[in-house]
Ligand binder design. Sequence first.
Ligand code: FES
Ligand code: FES
Length: 156
Amino acid sequence: MNTRPIHLTVNNQGYEVLVPEDATLLELLREEIGLTGTKEGCGAGECGACTVILNGKPVNSCLVMALECEGASVRTIEGENADGELSDLQKAFIEHNAFQCGFCTPGMIMSARALLDTNPDPTHDEIKEAMEGNLCRCTGYEAIIAAIEAVGGIQK
Ligand code: FES
Ligand code: FES
């Protein structure tokens, strides 16, 4: 497979990477850049485990071609604690027991971050709607929604 260079920013750091032409953004992040916090679940746009923020919007990175991301700004779960401290959302997920195996959590947190960036104090229903694309097999959604709600409340 041919490779092509791509330039993008991930968590405020610039990268120039050679990627296979058929690589997804998920593969670019995990295999070329080495940021393995973003998870691959279904690989088909159905579970949300691979959610990252692309140019301000949450996307399923398994469905985005890497070469479409030339010049893009991407935020991943690693950006949540870039300064070495857990973010408000990460702390709230711990406080509310909002994960068990944790596989869905990076995607959950990135969807929640994208919501809070545009709507700092979302209602319960707005949170439910924003998180619809993120599936969790083990925790139950109420704890996850409560964690996000708590952060929204703090940001009032
Ligand atoms: S791995 Fe991308 S949506 Fe499931
Ligand atoms: S915590 Fe296990 S899938 Fe969500």
